[in-house]
Write a protein that binds this ligand. Sequence first.
Ligand SMILES: C[S@@+](CC[C@H](N)C(=O)[O-])C[C@H]1O[C@@H](n2cnc3c(N)ncnc32)[C@H](O)[C@@H]1O
Length: 383
Amino acid sequence: MHYIRFLKSPRLLLNSPPVLSAKVTVTTDLGESFLLTDIALFVELESEDGSNILGPGKGREYMWKGRSGMRSLEVSIPIPLSKSKGRGGGRMRMLVRPKEDKYNVDTLGILLTGNNNPNEDEGRVLAVRSMSLDNGQPAEGQNAGVGMAKRVLISGSKEIVVWEETGESIARHIWDAGLMLSSYIAAISPSNTPHPEYLHTLPELPTLGKILSLKDLNILELGAGCGIVGITLSKFLPSASQILLTDLPEASEILEHNLSPSILLPQNRTKITHQVLDWASPLQPNIKETDWDLIVVADCTYNPDVVPDLVSTLKSITQGNKRKHALILLAMKVRHESEMVFFDLMARNGFVIQEKAVLPLPVLAGEGEQIEIFGFMLRDAGD
Ligand SMILES: C[S@@+](CC[C@H](N)C(=O)[O-])C[C@H]1O[C@@H](n2cnc3c(N)ncnc32)[C@H](O)[C@@H]1O
């Protein structure tokens, strides 16, 4: 999976005509490798309601020359004069997307239709939207600091909106495992009707399926990052009692922004909140005393140094939990052998793998990857 990112957020240049100018790159989630093939990118000016300001299909095409080792690309788009003057009426954002539909990720579902034997022509690239600008000034997002970018993913009738930071922070952008887990949850969710046609092609996680059909769920997410998985759960589980997203303090600002009513929209009746939870610190009473039905962990096992703290946090959360069906739902993309220490520690702490699903993740101009989803339970929990 590749992501278009802003290296420099769009700014207004008062040329004649005025233009919005930005610098983008196309990288993997870790940001360590750039897209190695050539693809056409398309730049559009979007209004607040998502329509193309320049008219249907109008925009500027640029070539990402990955084969020549491109690492960044300057893009710009002219602004109609009527939009470049006057506060309020001129709000707009820059959208940068792959030109061809076959590379686009408009919906979460499209990520689940990947081939089990992907070739190098497969793989997709996630579009990026800038903050909205009004008369050249940031018109939103000031609370979470400058340099934010918006990802929009559709699933059935729902729209998942997640803001990321444009820098290199680990916590403050979306990761492949979180994205794929969100896609899977959305696909199997009982409230996603009519059920997507590709549902029968997906590997099953029966315990997860059962839990998602229960009412009044208590759901806890560890290492939530920008919150994509928790936000997806909140969209598809309107009857959940609470969804609590946790992470280190550095993720608080972006989580606050992504859970704010203006972004999450009022259709969300589920109580979704966030709080700091550092795996190296003791559990706060509200977390320790709640009987959690589902504990979600996406892309958090990549650093073997913190895995012991993660596992002991999982143990403290599940010990004494009265919900016997409590499931730890963990998604990972194995990047290194050393990550296997997580499984040893889980087994030593009495956790067993209840179920597992593997989702193929084709990578454009690269070797296909996969996201593994595990359901862990405490060994004696079901007795
Ligand atoms: C790779 S990111 C994954 C973010 C998100 N789950 C996703 O899939 O998009 C790993 C997350 O684990 C969090 N994390 C790392 N060490 C932690 C710790 N000791 N306590 C709590 N969270 C931690 C990071 O802040 C980061 O948000």
